[in-house]
Design a protein around this ligand. Structure first.
Ligand code: RUQ
Ligand code: CUA
Length: 763
């Protein structure tokens, strides 16, 4: 141990001193590397456009659906580096999501018929908008398999709320927000009875329904308000995608549909399958809804609640002029309102055209009561030719459309032909095409579904990757292809494998619109965004027992968990609440325990809890799961579950080593030397304008805490030494040194940050 101490002091001294120069420069020239790797000049140019040197940041952050993982994937553009998976509909152990009591409460909001689900099929993310532009505050995403919607707060990238649709049994056309995030649109997909009871398929036309929910979002609370939410009852067509009107079309929503044949399948009954019956007719319907007027009816008390939520029956929607249909050709897909809000683009996925509808023409038809006919449910139908502005031949199997910063320019994903088509929705001219590997689904441009798209890059979310990457077995990763769209012709820059479910849609926001926090206020419940009732402060850790319910109020700080020994009795219900006392950026502690399915991620300031039944007597080691310091492995403890009726033996604890006065003196000498190192670092920090650097302020606060603990340990060591209790004197002296090492470590991080970020000398 003595040797280790000396070594550590030496290392600290080196770190304080001058940086040692790097090794010899790379011998290989660019030409040599290009030759060796078979790279062309075009490859090098593409690489230069995406390569991000160490410490570099991306211009955009992309939020991609995680498909079957039920999560959200966050990556940077143009580097395509994955930064985070956000646990949303499914447990995610790294974040403790679905393992701590706080996040279990969030997941419980998504129960279906009281059943806790651990699967979700996340599809369409949406960023909150103010005046039709991304404001970077919230992210929403839907689960198709179970019609649920989640709210993610972008100030900490955590899921805060999950709501389940009370009418639908699947959804697809969500999430799409209205221009001020007044509402979040969620359309059902597969028609089912709103009663959620058994109804025979023979009653499909009468009792099965589609629908469109406008979830009310409350900015004040940052949560969806189910009480102010309303749903349009729609015919049992398969609702597909939605988009909200903006600018002149503000107040209206657009949702396309397929299978307006209302075919109900039945291969086993000798009937042709769904795929035949759902694509036999030439047209389906675009459903046009007036949400603004509907909201006024709700506010005026003219809409009734069913299943506890407002439901606008079709008859009411028709009578109040809230709902209209327009034919859409050939199994439509995609529904995208242009940035100026004047047109709606829908594609026919069994066709080669994109169909541009004019909002003005739609409004005129409604004003003139110019309807072609009505559907079976008496909903007025506006004739295709009355509402259509133009149709453009864009390639076989067009799906989705996104927009460029240049007026009129848009991009459509072409599934069957595997290409991106760049065209102009004003002139109807095709401008460029780019082949894609393989079968692109959605595509996404930077802020491409807002009022003011940024252009620059496009990501093709491909359904297949086939031979693009090293083979990893029959299940392949997905392939997101990054495309440069800053020039008249598109260029492919990068292939990124995504190995976490099949992403559907993605949205990208300018990174500087996001200001995520690096720490919580100490003792914070991050899921409810309030002070946790279970927080504990340093020195106030304690255990409370109430019958067989045991609450442990503990803390975490480098490098120990308080308490280190927890004793309970067999059958107790134990809740361990832990507060991370750190304030330095990225000083996360974890908490895992043998045999209890516990894993918490406790970021600086957070309080998280784990509740379990200690149903088996035994010894349960627990430890920190984040490598948080040199003594991370020592960040440990024991839960002792005593058998019923256990009586303590009264024996003394036995330790492996006995310390002498000499040991104590050597340790104290080390500590004195270490203090000199600390003083040098402190001198450097305080002689600079460190208060201007929030990162450094956090580090200094933590260092001050650690120095305070060091002083307490020093006092204990000296008290023990005065009593010639060399065992405790040495151990406390060593703990004093442990606190010093953390202080020095924090100080060095602060010093490096100041040096790298051009801090100025102030004295
Ligand atoms: S749509 S399968 Cu987003 Cu093209 Cu869902
Ligand atoms: Cu805390 Cu490892």
């Amino acid at each position: 141990m003595k040797l280790f101490n000396k070594l550590a002091v030496a290392l600290l001294l080196v770190a304080v001193g001058v940086m040692v120069a790097g090794g010899p420069a790379q011998a290989q020239s660019l030409q040599e590397v290009m030759k060796a790797r078979g790279l062309t000049e075009k490859d090098i140019l593409a690489a230069a456009k995406t390569y991000t040197p160490t410490g570099g940041r991306d211009e955009y952050l992309c939020f991609s659906s995680g498909g079957q993982s039920g999560q959200v994937i966050v990556y940077g553009i143009p580097s395509m580096r994955i930064l985070k998976y956000i646990g949303v509909f499914t447990p995610e152990p790294w974040q403790g999501y679905g393992f701590d009591d706080e996040s279990k409460a969030v997941l419980a909001g998504g129960k279906i018929h009281g059943k806790q689900l651990t699967f979700g099929d996340s599809h369409h993310p949406a960023i909150s908008e103010t005046d039709g532009n991304y404001d970077g505050q919230y992210l929403f995403i839907n689960d198709k398999s179970n019609p649920r919607l989640a709210v993610i707060d972008l100030h900490d990238f955590e899921t805060k709320q999950i709501v389940a649709n009370v009418f639908f049994s699947s959804d697809h056309g969500g999430c799409f927000v209205t221009p001020n995030t007044e509402y979040i649109m969620e359309a059902s997909q597969y028609a089912a009875p709103f009663s959620k009871e058994f109804v025979p398929l023979e009653e499909f036309n009468e009792k099965y329904r589609g629908g469109l929910t406008y979830w009310k979002f409350d900015r004040e609370t940052g949560r969806i308000d189910p009480d102010q939410t309303f749903t349009f009852e729609l015919p049992p067509y398969s609702q597909d995608l939605s988009d909200a009107g903006k600018g002149p079309s503000y107040g209206w929503g657009f949702t396309n549909s397929f299978c307006s044949e209302r075919y109900i399948g039945g291969i086993e009954r000798g009937r042709p399958p769904f795929e035949a019956g759902c694509s036999s007719k030439d047209t389906d319907f675009l459903q046009v809804t007036n949400w603004k007027k509907a909201a006024e009816l709700v506010a005026a008390g003219k809409v009734s609640k069913v299943n506890g939520q407002y439901l606008i029956p079709m008859e009411q929607a028709i009578a109040e002029d809230l709902l209209f249909l327009i034919p859409e050709p050939k199994s439509p897909h995609g529904c995208d309102v242009t940035p100026d809000g004047k047109s709606i683009i829908v594609s026919g996925k069994l066709d080669s055209h994109a169909w541009v509808y004019s909002f003005d023409k739609i409004m005129k038809a409604i004003e003139d009561r110019n309807f072609e006919t009505t559907d079976t449910y008496d909903i007025p139908i506006i004739a295709l030719q009355t509402a259509l502005d133009k149709s453009v031949n864009v390639g076989l199997g067009p799906l989705h459309t996104q927009f460029d910063s240049e007026d009129g320019v848009c991009y459509t994903s072409i599934y069957v032909d595997s290409q991106i088509t760049k065209w102009n929705y004003r002139t109807g001219k095709v401008l460029d095409t780019l082949p894609i590997h393989y079968n692109v689904g959605h595509l996404m441009t930077m802020e491409g579904d807002t009022k003011t798209p940024d252009g620059k890059y496009l990501v093709a979310l491909n359904k297949l990757s086939i031979d693009r990457f090293n083979p990893v077995g029959p299940l392949h990763p997905q392939n997101h292809q990054l495309i440069d769209i800053a020039h008249p012709t598109m260029t492919l820059l990068y292939d990124m494998p995504l190995p976490l479910g099949e992403p559907h849609y993605a949205v990208a926001i300018k990174a500087d619109k996001l200001q995520p926090t690096v720490r919580y206020k100490t003792g914070w419940n991050s899921r409810t965004d309030e002070k946790s009732a279970f927080r504990a402060r340093a020195g106030r850790e304690h255990v409370e027992r109430n019958g067989n319910k045991v609450d442990v109020y503990g803390t975490l700080i480098r490098s120990h968990i308080t308490p280190e020994i927890i004793e309970v009795q067999e059958g107790d219900i134990v809740s361990i609440h832990l507060t991370n006392l750190e304030r330095a950026e990225d000083e996360v502690h974890g908490f895992a325990m043998y045999g209890q399915n516990i894993q918490l991620s406790i970021e600086p300031g957070k309080t998280a809890s784990a509740t379990f039944t200690a149903d088996r007597a035994g010894v349960y080691p627990y430890y920190c799961t984040e490598f948080c310091s040199a003594l991370h492995l020592e960040m440990q403890g024991y839960l002792l579950v005593q058998p019923k009726g256990y009586v303590a033996t009264g024996a003394e604890m036995q330790e492996g080593v006995t310390y002498t006065e000499d040991d104590y003196n050597t340790q104290v000498a080390t500590n004195v030397a270490t203090q000199e190192v600390i003083d040098q670092v402190v001198g450097f920090i305080t002689s600079h304008n460190y208060a201007d650097f929030p990162t450094v302020v956090g580090l200094v606060e933590d260092a001050t805490d650690q120095l305070g603990f060091a002083a307490e340990a020093k006092k204990k060591a000296e008290d023990a030494a005065a009593k010639q209790d060399w065992q405790n004197a040495m151990l406390w002296a060593n703990q004093w040194w442990q606190y010093q090492v953390k202080t020095a470590d924090l100080g060095l991080r602060a010093k490096t940050h100041l040096e790298e970020n051009g801090a100025k000398k102030v004295k």
